[in-house]
Structures are given as C-alpha cells and as structure tokens.
Design a binder for this molecule. Structure first.
Ligand code: NDP
Ligand code: X2W
Length: 313
C-alpha cells in the first residue's frame, strides 16, 4: 500500500487534504506531530521514506523540502507556487490538455495549480488552443475568493479579533501592483503571449470563488458568437467528471461564490449577449477543493494509479 506523507499537514491546505484522505483504505497517510513538524531532520526522514509526498508549505519551505529528498523513487505533489512553471515539473491539471493526465501519471514532480489559475486557465486554454482567442489578445480577469485562500494568516486576519491585523472588511481588492503570484502560470499554461490584467478580490466568507474573463466578441477574429465559445468549452471538457460546463441556455440572475464549497468540482459558464457582442466567461469553484486540496488528491490518485475520483466528486 502506498505511503503518503503530508508535509505542512497542520496548515489550511494540509488539513483539507488530510480530511479528504481520512477515510481512505487504499493508502497510508503519514504526518509529523506538533513537536516534529518543523524539524528538518524529522521531515527529511519522512520525505525520503514515503512513496509520495504532498507539500502544503510556503514556497521557500516547499523548495527546501524538495532539496531534502534524496530517494529517487519518491514522488511529489507540490501545492505551493514554487514549481508551477519550473522545468522538470508537470502542471497538475489533468483536464487541461489532451495527454496531460498521462504526463501526471508518469511524472515524479507534479505542481498543483493555484486556485485563481485553475479558474483562469480552464476558461482560456481551450479557446486559445482552438484558435478562437488569438495568443496575443489582451485578456483580463477578475474575481472574488473566500479568505481561506490566503492561508492561516489571512484566516486569522478575518476571524481572530485579537490578531494584530484583524479586519472587519467585507470585501476588498488586492494585487494592486499587478504582480499577483499566479500570473506566471496563468500566462504559461494558457499559451497567451501577454500577461493578463488580473483584478482579484477577497471577501468575508471562508471558502469558494468566482472568476470572470470578460471578452468583447466583436474584437475576436471572425466575430464568434457566445454559442461558439460555449461549444469549444463544452467539447474540451465533455468527458471530465470534475469539470462541468453549464448549458448555453442557462437563465440565472446571478451566481453564488460559495455554491460549490466542499466539492472538488469546477463549473464553467458562458453568459453572452450577441447583440452587444460581449461575453462573460465565469468559473465557479471551491478554492480549497478543485483550487487546492481536491486537485492535490486527484493528482495523487492519478500518480499512484488509483481511480482518479476516489474521495472526490
Ligand atoms: N489556501 C489556499 O486556498 C491555497 C493554498 N495553496 C498553497 O499551499 C501552500 C500552503 O498554503 P496554506 O495551507 O494556505 O498555508 P498555511 O499558512 O495555512 O499552512 C502552511 C503550513 O506550513 C507550515 N510550515 C511553514 N514553514 C514550514 C517549514 N519550514 N517546515 C514545515 N512546516 C512549515 C506552517 O506552520 P505554521 O503555521 O506553524 O508556520 C503551516 O502549518 C502554500 O504554498 C499556498 O500557496 C495552494 C492553493 C490554494
Ligand atoms: C484570497 C487569497 O489571498 N488567495 C491567494 C491565492 C490562493 C492560492 O491559490 O494560492 P497558492 O498560490 O498559494 O496556491 C492569493 O491571491 O494570493
């Protein structure tokens, strides 16, 4: 039976992954106790003794963990931002490209996508691949996330009244320097030539997110209809159980960012107005589900040759 070590098991993403793996009888989960969890020697031992390790650590600690692995058989899923565009690493988004699942299955080093990037690339990559969206198009994205996306520190900022930076803010924008940490992977894994203009918001709710890519259809070559864009997305994800494309004729007045909380799914929507030549592509997901822990478990299943959606859906 495969031995899985979670490094960073006490953090927000680590806890989420532990919970998802807790009922599993097809693997053994290892984690270090409170006294050892930051001890480099204990971590090195556990890292080298596992079949697969899941890193739920800040970027620097994730890089350090990888450097501590000497056993060539150990396989890694890294939930941090450290290796998402690094050479030698496979991007852990099985549904993204034909053949990506097989690459993940064969890889020793898999980087789990960021939550914003998961939403963005799932909407944009199929359109770029199909040639509907030119690679040099000036794409923008915006969205709102629950505060668990910021990890333990942000959770405390929103929840712990005696935290030094406690806030009662309901919703706020951020990344105003236009250098959000997911931008490199958003560009690299869509194939876009230019970095998208990205406007993220965080709100006073724990988990869930809504991400939008607004597009002027009249500015695209051949002026496609919103139905054309919908067809590309529906075809791209037709056989993917964790990615759902809502029907093109769906009539709703709004979407709730928390609607998929606790699930491992991502749902994509195309809201278009062909009279004005405009479309809003929308992705709905749980930042801790398909945006982090759910995706990590999916990657782990694929890498260990276990049924992909065990413990998910
Ligand atoms: N939250 C989210 O929605 C998502 C997070 N991620 C990524 O997952 C990773 C973890 O994030 P998240 O769970 O949110 O962060 P947290 O801060 O909640 O958790 C990080 C954990 O790592 C521990 N840690 C820090 N340094 C070390 C070290 N040197 N050795 C061992 N353990 C250490 C921390 O302990 P302590 O708290 O005691 O310092 C904490 O338990 C990050 O890289 C993040 O970018 C990815 C996708 C989504
Ligand atoms: C609300 C919030 O602050 N979210 C985090 C991203 C969460 C995520 O996907 O993070 P990783 O890159 O850490 O994987 C942010 O925007 O920086």
């Amino acid at each position: 039976m495969a031995k899985v070590f979670i490094d960073g098991a006490a953090g927000t993403t680590g806890l989420e992954i532990r919970e998802r793996l807790s009922g599993r009888r097809d693997l053994t989960v290892v984690q270090l106790g409170e006294a050892d969890r930051k001890d480099a020697k204990a971590r090195a031992r556990a890292l080298n003794d596992a079949d697969l390790v899941v890193l739920c650590l800040p970027d620097d600690a994730a890089r350090e963990a990888v450097s501590l692995i000497e056993n060539p058989d150990v396989r890694v899923v890294d939930a941090s931002t450290a290796h998402r565009t690094a050479p030698g690493w496979t991007y852990g988004f099985a549904e993204l490209e034909p053949g990506q699942r097989e690459k993940i299955a064969a890889s020793k080093r898999v980087s789990n996508p960021g939550c914003w990037a998961t939403a963005f690339v799932s909407l944009v990559r199929p359109l770029v691949r199909a040639g509907v969206l030119p690679v040099d198009f000036p794409v923008t994205a915006n969205g709102v996330s629950g505060y668990s996306g910021g990890g333990r520190k942000m959770v405390e900022e929103f929840e712990k009244k005696d935290a030094p930076d406690y806030t009662e803010t309901v919703v706020r924008n951020y990344a105003l320097t236009l250098t959000h940490k997911h931008l490199p992977e958003m560009k690299a894994h869509t194939g876009l030539a230019h970095t998208p203009v990205f406007a993220p918001f965080v709100g006073r709710f724990y988990r869930g997110m809504l991400v939008e890519v607004p597009l002027a259809l009249w500015a695209l070559p051949g002026v496609p209809s919103s139905a054309d864009l919908h067809r590309v997305l529906a075809d791209a994800y037709a056989s993917q159980p964790l990615v759902e494309v809502a029907p093109a004729d769906l009539k709703v007045a709004n979407l709730d960012a928390e609607a998929l909380k606790g699930t491992n799914k991502i749902k994509l929507f195309v809201f278009g107005n062909d009279a004005s030549g405009q479309v809003r592509l929308v992705a709905l997901l749980d930042n801790l589900g398909k945006g982090a822990g759910g995706a990590a478990v999916q990657n782990l299943n694929i890498m260990l040759g276990l049924p992909e959606t065990t413990g998910l859906l």
